[in-house]
Design a protein around this ligand. Structure first.
Ligand code: NAD
Ligand code: MG
Length: 399
């Protein structure tokens, strides 16, 4: 029997790596359903190659175009659209596993739906845990779904934990976890030059090839901040047990410090197919097409503490985790709005942290709502606040 995989965000960077792994093991895995926002050409190529039963495009126009093109090619893939289309992919009856690889808050509802259905959730979409950690972890616990972290750091930690460990459970014997961070493209850039950095500069990551949003997050180190919050939920740890260490070579993907003095690490190439195939094959191991790591040629491995003056977003995220309640949701929404404005050329690089800090200042921390509709509504409210702050930054820039 092959394992059916649904991919949310199939046209993205994680989506492509997942499809590559599926293709390497045709007898074992099969792509049954896919979703994307509006990339018709990308989706069409996936449908031609993988023949999924269902393809959902969030954008209705794109869905209509895709449906017409599929008809012309006489391909049998059914097309769905909008929020309902994404849910249909997440809940597809032929899907045993769901790769949650939509970028940003748009991933929350389908990821939650997959967890509620008891699918194995391969979690790349860290934003959904940051926004609604309690809700998602509760859904996983209630349905008995397997939750496998795909983010390379969390996957590394998972690999270092006992074989019977399940995400969300307490971690006896663990002193702290050490999340490694490359430091991104601006690790050595003089601070005075940061305000002038362009979107292309920010997306030129030294080690990893990723979508543009997460690439900017890596440049600000908000990515590591979101990962600190993600780790708190996945491994049920308080903020003071999650430490960030800069490791520019991205060979050690994270570490776990045990009470007896041991530090366990997972190492490998910076290639997302390792955590992806790990999650898909778990508890077995399979080849994901990743080149072997040669420590002799990898060169020296460096480790140092992050500079929070250079990376204010990391501190904002750590403070949001400590504040709890809605603070991480506010942080995430403001970050998404600010990163998009930066990618659109509306604000400068250093305005990202300013907008997030100001949004957090303007919003009182409340207990996080227990209902997902309230969480989505709050996310929208915060986006409006952050949007106004962006408008003011633009105004300042033009004068
Ligand atoms: P990407 O931009 O390359 O792809 C994003 C995918 O989401 C695309 O398929 C796009 O069509 C879809 N999408 C975007 N907006 C959508 C919307 N509003 N509705 C429906 N679909 C939408 O991003 P990526 O780099 O593949 O990252 C995906 C997720 O995985 C992110 O949450 C990211 O943080 C996480 N992640 C990525 C990497 C990596 O190496 N790329 C590593 C760790 C974690
Ligand atoms: Mg990561």
């Amino acid at each position: 029997m092959t394992t059916g995989i649904a991919i949310l965000g199939a046209t993205g960077s994680i989506g492509a790596s997942t499809l590559d792994v599926i293709e390497r093991h045709p007898g074992r895995f099969r792509c049954v359903a896919v979703s994307a926002r509006h990339d018709v050409e990308g989706m069409l190529a996936i449908c031609q190659r993988h023949r999924p039963a269902l393809a959902a495009m969030a954008d209705p126009q794109a869905a209509a175009t895709l449906a017409a093109r599929l008809r012309d090619l006489q391909l049998p893939t059914e097309v769905a659209t909008g929020a309902a289309g994404l849910l249909a992919v997440a809940e597809h009856e032929a899907a045993d596993q769901v790769m949650a690889a939509i970028v940003g808050a748009a991933g929350l509802l389908p990821t939650l739906a997959a967890a509620r259905r008891g699918k194995r959730v391969l979690l790349a979409n860290k934003e959904s845990l940051v926004m609604a950690g309690q809700l998602l972890m509760d859904a996983v616990a209630e349905s008995g779904a397997d939750l496998l972290p795909i983010d390379s750091e969390h996957n590394a930690i998972y690999q270092c934990l006992p074989g019977d460990y399940r995400c969300g459970a307490a971690l006896p014997g663990v002193t702290e976890i050490l999340l490694t961070a490359s430091g991104g493209p601006f690790l050595e850039t003089p601070l005075s030059r940061l305000p002038g950095m362009s979107p292309d500069d920010a997306c030129a990551h030294p080690n990893w090839e990723m979508g543009r949003k997460i690439s900017v997050d890596s440049a600000t180190m908000m990515n590591k901040g979101l990962e600190v919050i993600e780790a708190a939920w996945l491994f049920n740890l308080p903020p003071d047990k999650i430490r960030v260490i800069i490791h520019p070579q991205s060979v050690v993907h994270s570490m776990v410090r045990m009470d007896d003095g041991s530090v366990l690490a997972q190492m490998g190439q910076p290639d997302m197919r390792t955590p992806i195939v790990y999650g898909m094959a778990w508890p077995e191991r399979m080849d994901g097409g990743v080149a072997p790591l040669d420590l002799v040629t990898a060169g020296p491995l460096d480790f140092r503490s992050p500079d929070l003056e250079r990376f204010p977003c990391l501190r904002l995220a750590q403070d949001a985790l400590s504040a709890g309640g809605t603070a991480p949701l506010v942080l995430n929404a403001a970050n998404e709005v600010a990163v998009q404005a930066f990618l659109d050329g509306r604000v400068g690089f250093t305005a990202i942290a300013e907008v997030i800090a100001n949004t957090l200042d303007q919003t009182a921390v409340m207990p996080c709502p227990g209902d997902v509709d309230d969480i989505v509504a709050l996310d929208q409210d915060i986006r409006r606040v952050a949007g106004e702050l962006i408008g003011r930054c633009e105004g300042r820039r033009q004068h």
